[in-house]
Design a protein around this ligand. Structure first.
Ligand code: C5P
Length: 285
């Protein structure tokens, strides 16, 4: 059984304040995108987990294994699980969280006594702030520490150019450095009004202060005529630009390569359409 786990970008991320539990209250517009990891599940005599990316731990620290154990109430389910990683990690694209949510959803399909969606949501929130969003896989406003998900409909007819440098940004570091961070002169970080919505990310300030290349990429994308809006996703290190047409994203991509070289990960994607990707492969059980 093969399932897709879509990545996300944050079209907005406003941090409202620090909470007593150490997390931050936020208000964020999450958008699932057509960049996907692939998870293959087979029934087996014992649990095993393998991953196409050897730099990702395959032990109990992996969110997929933690999701499987949580679903089994402490016991690992009798499946082999292979993860084909396409979404870069530590990128602000939610790959690990999406893999965990997909694991919960698929194990729930395989079990004879499925849990309710509300029960899955509770488990998802235990695994990470972004995991409940990936159970819904719809554009959504997320609040609380991210786990309160309100799906909405937004226009889907645009393209997204993603840029990720060779390094990642650890999420806790970005949040910890928010309070002491300062704006960078000449770098646009105020909210942008676009046809797709208001774009703003409060975590740009601490992340751009340390990783100047990301600030320069955003400024460059922001200034190009093809761009509807440009922003960092989540806590980085991915920066994205929105364009209306695919050809505009391709032109922008070519300009980006000239300006910043080829030693970076890039992709052109669209908003993720809930129906077309996962269902197409449902016959491959
Ligand atoms: O929930 P998750 O494990 O993805 O969060 C990773 C880290 O990001 C947390 O340990 C915390 O440092 C930070 N975070 C936060 N406020 C949030 C979400 C994450 O401070 N709403």
């Amino acid at each position: 059984m093969k399932r897709f786990a879509p990545a996300k970008i944050n079209l907005s991320l406003e941090i409202l304040g620090k909470r007593p539990d150490g997390f931050h209250d936020l208000r964020s517009l999450f958008l699932p995108i057509s960049l996907v990891d692939e998870l293959t599940f087979e029934r087996a005599a014992a649990f095993s987990f393998t991953c196409s990316d050897p730099s990702i731990p395959a032990d109990d620290s992996n969110l997929v294994v933690r999701a499987a154990r949580l679903f089994g109430n402490g016991t690992l389910p009798l499946v082999t699980l292979h993860l084909q990683k396409n979404i870069p990690h530590s990128a602000g694209l939610g790959g690990g969280s999406s893999d965990a949510a997909t694991t919960l959803l698929t194990l729930n399909e395989l079990t004879e006594t499925p849990l309710s969606f509300a029960e899955l949501e509770k488990m998802a929130a235990q695994l990470g702030s972004d995991v409940p969003f990936f159970l819904h896989r719809s554009p959504a406003w997320c609040e609380g520490r991210g786990e309160l998900v309100r799906p909405i409909e937004i226009a889907q007819d645009f393209h997204i150019l993603l840029f990720k440098p060779p390094f990642g940004v650890p999420t806790p570091w970005a949040y910890q450095n928010l309070a002491a961070s300062r704006p960078l002169p000449g770098i646009p970080m105020e909210s942008q009004s676009t046809s797709i919505g208001m774009l703003v990310n409060d975590l740009e300030r601490p992340v751009f202060e340390k990783y100047l290349i990301l600030a320069l990429v955003k400024k460059f994308l922001f200034e190009q005529s093809e761009t509807l809006g440009a922003l960092m996703s989540g806590s980085g290190s991915t920066v994205f630009a929105l364009t209306q047409e695919k050809i505009a994203a391709e032109t922008l991509h070519a300009k980006l390569l000239v300006e910043f070289g080829e030693n970076n990960w890039t992709a052109i994607v669209t908003p993720w359409k809930p129906d077309f990707l996962p269902r197409r492969l449902e016959g491959t059980k």
